[in-house]
Design a protein around this ligand. Structure first.
Ligand code: B16
Ligand code: MG
Length: 219
């Protein structure tokens, strides 16, 4: 496929983290799977697709809905803490080799064109991931699950990102791999660039398989 041309009338670029910059979905899966096995809940890689891009609380809700038992709020909190401990153990071993194709090249191009760069992720672990992959210095602003109260598809995370880099929403482009994230970008009035397949992201304004396909061009 030919590269997707993104006109540089966009002065801000907001990146989702998991599935766009790095592939942490496999670690989320392993950590949720460990919990599911313990609770005797059947949980497959296909089930895990539904968890991409959604918050930790919502992910647990989806996982528990695959079983038949009800749990108290306290138990649910413990489950989330245990899953997160397992997940953090996995991501503490990450390094630059886990950055997805085309990411560093695109970030460098954006920097050269003086386009402001923000992170807009649902994850509360973005700090550790950015540190371990040495991506943190590319970002002018970081907004993640610790900063927002409303999860994607609510546009809060992207609107806050735009505010922090000082660029109006309609001049921001968002790179997202999850359906909820594409909805959030569109609700924020931003250009929604989907990283994935037409089947998974039918509403993206532009669709690429990975960031290698993005070409920035001057107006
Ligand atoms: P945590 P993103 C999302 O990150 C993940 O895609 C999603 O699977 C995860 O449940 C969510 O972060 C919360 O992550 O448990 O680390 O806070 O795609 O928005 O960068
Ligand atoms: Mg994602």
């Amino acid at each position: 496929m030919q590269g997707a041309n993104v006109l540089t009338k966009y002065l801000g670029a907001i990146f989702d983290l998991d599935g766009v910059l790095v592939d942490t979905a496999k670690y989320h899966y392993l950590a949720w799977k460990q919990l599911a096995d313990r609770l005797n809940i059947p949980f497959t890689k296909e089930d895990n697709e539904q968890l991409k891009g959604v918050s930790r609380v919502k992910s647990l809700e989806i996982l528990l809905s695959l079983g038949s038992k009800n749990y108290t709020e306290n138990e649910r909190k413990q489950f989330m803490d245990q899953k997160n401990e397992t997940y953090v153990r996995y991501i503490s071993h990450m390094d630059e080799s886990e950055i997805l194709p085309g990411v560093v090249e695109l970030l460098n191009q954006l920097k050269r064109k003086k386009i402001k760069i923000a992170l807009g992720s649902a994850s509360k672990n973005s700090g550790l991931i950015l540190k371990n992959t040495k991506l943190q210095d590319y970002f002018d602003a970081i907004v993640d699950g610790n900063d927002v109260s409303k999860a994607k598809p609510d546009p809060e995370v992207f609107l806050l990102g735009a505010k922090k880099i000082g660029i109006p929403a309609n001049q921001c482009m968002v790179f997202e791999d999850a359906k909820a994230g594409i909805e959030a970008a569109k609700q924020a009035g931003m250009l929604a660039i989907g990283v994935g397949t037409q089947e998974n992201l039918p509403n993206a304004d532009i669709l690429v398989k990975n960031l290698e396909e993005i070409e920035l061009s001057e107006l």
